[in-house]
Unconditional design. Structure first.
Length: 300
């Protein structure tokens, strides 16, 4: 039985074609009472003009005059919500029709601060490869911002998304850890499903993502008792992505074999392959070392 009314927050920046599919899926949701808050974060690709033509009483559109970043946009969306439960998805995702119904089931008592849903790249049965796995969340393991719902009182107690963590593309991780550190509980709703749309990966976007893992020295310093709560890729509280070291050491042997495997799976973008092998791994290590030294945290 549906017992909660939801506000859905979607933030967008220069992703008009993705956004159109996202909105179409949101309009298809089978749930009694919900609203959709769309925050246009200063897009210049026709997004504003498109959103201004929408005629749907469920949809509220807010325009930022300039680009402020995802964290600031989410906070704008939160400030404009009406209901006590706030669900988040991204502009390049499509939600399942039963998404809100399944998220709602997770709020079984008042101290459940948030519920994590399960995210697949393209479809449930699609077997993704790097970099496609970067945007999937099987078994709802991680508190990813593309498929998560919070009680609104969580933000009133803990504050909004921290814009500082946008540089790591990890503001959703910090938010969830902060909420847990304030004593709220969480649960997972594997049947609350979101599909990430097929992406046009570029070397530039992959290189930006190498900063993501460098958030762990920062979170270790800020939340020493809680940063390991969601079982992050940190071994012995010290080593981030320990497999990177193995891959780098075996790179001369692995790269030819992995390239053959890459081509056999129908992949043809040589630049994408060599961004990971070994540039992605080495650059990720560099940023981790840099943040650990900067924040005086023993982590590598």
């Amino acid at each position: 039985m549906e017992t909660n009314n939801f506000s859905i927050v979607v933030c967008t920046y220069n992703r008009l074609e993705y956004l159109k599919k996202c909105i179409a899926a949101l309009r298809d949701i089978q749930f009694s009472t919900f609203e959709i808050i769309i925050v246009n974060d200063g897009s210049v690709d026709g997004t504003k003009q498109f959103l201004d033509t929408l005629e749907d009483e469920k949809i509220t559109v807010i325009h930022h005059q300039s680009n402020q970043g995802l964290s600031a946009s989410r906070n704008t969306g939160i400030a404009h919500t009406t209901f006590d439960f706030i669900a988040f998805t991204d502009d390049d995702c499509e939600v399942d029709k039963q998404w809100l119904t399944e998220l709602s089931k997770g709020f079984s008592h008042s101290n459940i601060g948030f519920v994590i849903g399960q995210t697949f790249y393209i479809s449930i049965h699609y077997k993704g490869y790097f970099p496609e796995r970067l945007v999937s969340n099987p078994n709802a393991k991680w508190p990813m911002g593309c498929n998560i719902a919070y009680q609104k009182k969580v933000f009133e107690t803990c504050g909004g998304f921290d814009t500082f963590f946008f540089r790591y593309n990890n503001e959703d991780s910090e938010m969830a850890i902060r909420v847990v550190s304030h004593g709220f509980l969480y649960t997972r709703a594997s049947d609350a499903i979101v599909y990430h749309q097929a992406m046009d990966w570029t070397p530039a976007s992959l290189l930006r993502s190498t900063r993501n893992a460098s958030v762990w020295p920062v979170l270790k310093k800020k939340y020493p008792k809680h940063y390991l709560f969601f079982d992050p890729p940190v071994t012995y509280t010290l080593i981030v992505h320990i497999k990177d070291y193995v891959y780098v050491m075996l790179a001369p042997l692995l790269i030819p074999l992995l390239f053959i495997r890459y081509v056999m799976h129908g992949k043809r973008d040589v630049k994408i392959f060599f961004i990971k092998w070994p540039i992605y791994l080495l650059l990720r290590r560099y940023y981790i070392y840099k943040e650990a030294i900067k924040h005086r945290v023993l982590m590598f």
